[in-house]
Design a protein around this ligand. Structure first.
Ligand code: FRU
Length: 518
């Protein structure tokens, strides 16, 4: 039986959702049914559907006591809302049902493993959030919290692990028939670590070990871990708080981290081999993955940034959206992301141009415009013929030499502008001499002095670069090359700003393939 708190939330979201029209939302990115959304939760495939739950405050467009919103989809692009799944209504979670995950139990029911939050008053009048892990079991719509909750408490922490930062369990099953979960944690001095637990039945859990330790390298507390095997490697995703930038990595404060390595199952030892940011744009956090029935590992993140999410240019009926679902792969020890192939089914109104010359000025192309767009670009310097390609010749000196031999002049800058009218645009620009790709939403309609630009170091073949840009009304996701990097940013631009234009300082030759996404 749903509690009073959950019934209220369900009644409220049903009554108020009509106040938000389809046009005010992204078309194929999931947004909250009403109110506020943050992290993806319980991303799973259950009874023939993808399920996405999310951190949810239905009663305002700001973060508040966390519920779990719920939506289902067959293709991860068309979503149907279901009633809110969890409300903070028990003594152990009355201050919030924080992030967690989902798994199917042998009897066919679906188990949600989430963090229960309880405010503990401190002697100085402040409070701290005590966090435990709790279970709710249901049928894909209604969930009952386990009488035995919480199932993981401070008693299940390693020595020194903080019970105030112990959250976001991500559960999966392994070939040995056991259930495993990773949870975010930190030491008393806020150094992040990922804890590993196991269970024979999914209900009774035991502590295994510390799977990964920050040791002061990447920010402080590590939130929202995910751990899975991919292309012969093991991948640990986490979202560290309070990161310091390192070169062109980790510029987001609360950022994202991907550790690629190997995993010794017997000793539960994860050996790190490489690290990278997951997203190189502005708005991406707390991603979670699902293993699709066809074996694809698909990731969705919260398409927002904690530092700027409350700096609004105008009041919002809803706030927060999920990123595009992205197919993951590992190549040469690096995480690659690509828009799920289902997106291609939304493509229509193709416009294709090959070999367009853009020389010291701006070019617009008939039929290339819109705010729900899939735009593929190949940019190359004029004069660089197919046969001149020299993969790997990426250093500036080498590129310069190669240019002179090939008789090409390297352009200084290329930019594509979109969501453009006379007042607005967002730009993605590329300077081959610096190997810098930049997203700039300064003119996107923001009235706040928030971060509007992010620069990323990209690899290219002597000025030849491929980009795939996905626009969905209030966001842009830029996939670089084969998906070795992605830059994600939200934009608050009036929908009438639909223009797309191309600019070059120097001479660029451009291939453009554009589809509308309907
Ligand atoms: C990450 C996070 C999680 C927590 C949730 C609360 O964005 O802080 O660690 O479970 O959001 O809404």
């Amino acid at each position: 039986m749903a509690s009073e708190t959950l019934r209220e939330a369900r009644k409220y979201e049903e009554m108020t959702q009509v106040q938000i029209t389809q046009e005010e939302r992204p078309a194929f990115h999931l947004s909250p049914r009403v109110g506020w959304m943050n992290d993806p939760n319980g991303f799973s495939y259950y009874q023939g559907m993808y399920h996405m739950f999310y951190q949810y405050h239905p009663y305002s467009s700001y973060w508040g006591p966390m519920h779990w919103g719920h939506a289902v989809s067959r293709d991860l692009l068309h979503w149907e809302y279901l009633p809110a799944a969890l409300a903070p209504d028990m003594p152990y979670d009355k201050d919030g049902c924080f992030s967690g995950s989902a798994v199917t139990l042998p009897d066919g029911s679906q188990m949600l493993l989430y963090t229960g939050v309880l405010h503990e008053p401190q002697p100085d009048g402040s409070f701290r959030e005590a966090q435990t892990q709790c279970i709710a079991i249901g049928d894909g719509r209604d969930y009952e919290k386990l009488p035995g909750n919480p199932v993981l408490t401070e008693n299940d922490l390693p020595e020194g692990g903080s019970r105030y930062d112990f959250r976001d369990p991500k559960v999966w099953t392994m070939q040995d028939g056991r259930y495993y979960c990773v949870a975010g944690n930190c030491t008393a001095d806020k150094d992040g670590q990922i804890l590993l637990y196991s269970s024979a039945d999914g209900l009774h859990w035991q502590y295994e070990n510390i799977l990964a330790k920050n040791n002061g390298r990447f920010g402080r507390m590590w939130e929202c871990p995910d751990f899975f095997e991919l292309d012969g490697k093991w991948v640990l995703l986490t979202s560290p708080q309070d990161m310091l930038p390192r070169g062109f990595e980790y510029h987001n404060g609360n950022g994202t981290l991907c550790l690629v390595g190997t995993y010794d199952r017997e000793h539960h030892a994860f050996v790190e081999e490489a690290d990278q940011a997951i997203d190189y744009g502005i708005d991406f956090y707390a991603p979670q993955t699902v293993l699709a029935p066809d074996g694809r590992r698909i990731m969705i993140g919260w398409m927002q940034n904690w530092d700027t999410c409350n700096m609004r240019s105008q009041p919002k009926k809803w706030f927060g959206q999920m990123s595009l679902p992205r197919e993951l792969s590992i190549r040469d020890g690096r995480l690659y992301q690509w828009p799920i192939r289902e997106l291609e089914q939304l493509r229509c109104n193709k416009a294709e141009y090959r070999g367009v010359k853009v020389a010291d000025g701006i070019v617009r192309l008939e039929g290339v415009a819109g705010r729900q767009v899939d735009l593929e670009l190949e940019i190359r310097p004029a004069g660089l013929e197919e046969t001149d390609r020299a993969p790997g010749a990426e250093s500036l000196a080498e590129a310069g030499r190669a240019d002179r031999q090939a008789g090409t002049d390297m352009y200084r800058k290329f930019a594509v502008r979109f969501a453009q009218d006379t007042e607005h645009h967002t730009a993605v620009s590329f300077r081959p001499h610096e190997s810098i790709l930049k997203i700039d939403r300064k003119f996107s309609g923001s009235r706040r002095a928030i971060i509007h630009q992010r620069r990323s170091l990209v690899s290219h073949d002597r000025g030849r670069l491929r980009l795939r840009i996905i626009l969905d009304r209030f966001s842009a996701e830029i996939f670089v090359g084969d998906g070795e990097q992605v830059l994600t940013a939200t934009i608050d631009t009036p929908l009438g700003a639909e223009g797309i234009s191309f600019y070059a300082d120097g001479e660029v030759v451009l291939d453009v393939v554009k589809y509308d996404l309907q």
